[in-house]
Write a protein that binds this ligand. Structure first.
Ligand SMILES: Cc1cc2nc3c(=O)[nH]c(=O)nc-3n(C[C@H](O)[C@H](O)[C@H](O)COP(=O)(O)O)c2cc1C
Length: 375
């Protein structure tokens, strides 16, 4: 089992460099227009993107979300990504630490992240199925301590587990187990999806049970059903996902609206298909606290080295900074009070889910600001 978990990680990584692993469905972020202010009355240099975030502080509202670790060949990836996060003052997650819980000799592949980023906001990671199957607060604390983490992400991936040849599609009892973890982890628990998107119901339920940090990981970016079907085919699996691999899930923009409507005081990372600074700005204007990115960070690292990842994330940051300036704000969360237009399919989908897009854009976002530091 241990060897399987570890070998699978390497296989996933090799595949993402060479394959199409993103869904054909979009994030729907293109249906958010932030209204341009041609007389912004601030200077670009006035903008400070720093935010408070799940008990910590980021220099910019960006997160490299959890991807890897658990195999000696990928240790350098955690090290390099973490050093980029350290340099930019942004948050970074490691991938599922299950392999190192099963085989402690692999812990160093995760610890490399903390060594390279002594000050960055570092996020540990375990899967919800492992909680369902018997992991308890003990393993959650082990994962946190292993890397001296500032928070721990519990990832939800029911679709991936259904199509992964060695999958664990076991979710019975999961909500209670996450609530237990949130109470006893000793650091904030971030509940994240992995590409099929959080929903209003899930966020409302978990918020009521004490979880305050969420990562939408919505549809529109990396799709794990697609990755597992592709891997499975190579191994002779007969499973076909059909349209599930492109169209199943809650698009990122919808997931952000649903999460914010369900938990106005929560910390919300918008991720899943965030591919540039405008995507990040739109997601934050829609009510997220920060934007998260996975695939582009690792692709840039594998193709162009650390410099390429740094360049990419610097471009994200500068685009976001420019948008904040062009709406006449000085702070990232100022985007919550910038006028936005939610239109087209996003407006229709939100309305169909009981979220009036005008109420959301003009009232709910402003009310949510009351819970957060803005200046
Ligand atoms: C190579 C790779 C490995 C990943 N491994 C994990 C993981 O171990 N744990 C987890 O919570 N999410 C994992 N993810 C999911 C990402 O954190 C993220 O939620 C998802 O990829 C959507 O973001 P993106 O479209 O920017 O890639 C992984 C993603 C990639 C690309």
């Amino acid at each position: 089992m241990t060897g399987d978990t570890s070998a699978r990680k390497l296989e996933h990584l090799k595949m993402i460099v060479s394959s199409k692993v993103e869904s054909r469905e979009s994030t729907l972020l293109e249906y958010v227009r932030i209204v341009h202010n041609p007389t912004p009355e601030v200077n670009l240099g006035d903008v400070d993107l720093g935010i408070d975030f799940c008990g910590g502080r980021l220099k910019a509202p960006l997160v490299i979300t959890g991807m890897t670790g658990g195999h000696p060949d990928v240790e350098w990836i955690n090290r390099e990504l973490a050093s980029v996060a350290e340099e930019l003052g942004i948050a970074i997650g490691v991938g599922s630490q299950r392999a190192a819980i099963e085989d402690p000799s692999l812990a160093r592949t995760f610890r490399a992240a903390r060594e390279a980023a002594p000050n960055a906001f570092l996020i540990a990671n375990l899967g919800a199925p492992q909680l369902s199957l018997g992991y308890s607060v003990r393993e959650v604390r082990m994962a946190v301590e292993m890397i001296d983490a500032d928070a721990i992400a519990i990832h939800l991936n029911p679709g991936q587990e259904a199509y992964q040849p060695e999958g664990d599609p076991f979710y019975r009892g999961v909500i209670g187990k996450i609530a237990e973890a949130a109470e006893a982890a000793g650091v904030p628990v971030i509940v994240k999806e992995t590409g099929n998107g959080l929903s209003r119901e899930t966020v409302a339920q978990l918020r009521a049970l004490g979880v305050r940090c969420f990562d939408t990981a919505g549809l529109g970016g990396t799709n794990w059903i697609k990755i597992e079907v592709f891997r499975g085919k190579k191994a002779g699996s007969p499973l076909e996902a059909g349209p599930l691999q492109d169209f199943w899930g809650n698009p990122t923009a919808v997931a952000v609206m649903e999460a914010r409507a369900a938990a106005p005081d929560a910390y919300i990372i918008a991720s899943g298909g965030v591919r540039n600074g405008l995507d990040a700005a739109r997601a934050i204007a829609l009510g997220a606290d920060a934007a998260g990115v996975a695939l582009p960070a690792i692709r840039s690292l594998l193709s162009g080295g650390r410099g390429a990842t740094l360049k990419l994330l610097r471009a994200f940051e500068y685009q976001l900074r420019t948008v904040v300036y062009m709406v006449g704000e000085r702070r990232a969360r100022g985007l919550w009070r910038a006028p936005i237009v939610v239109w087209g399919r996003l407006a229709e989908e939100a309305a169909a889910r009981g979220i009036d897009p005008r109420w959301y854009a003009n009232i709910l976002r402003l009310e949510a600001l009351a819970y957060k530091e803005v200046k």
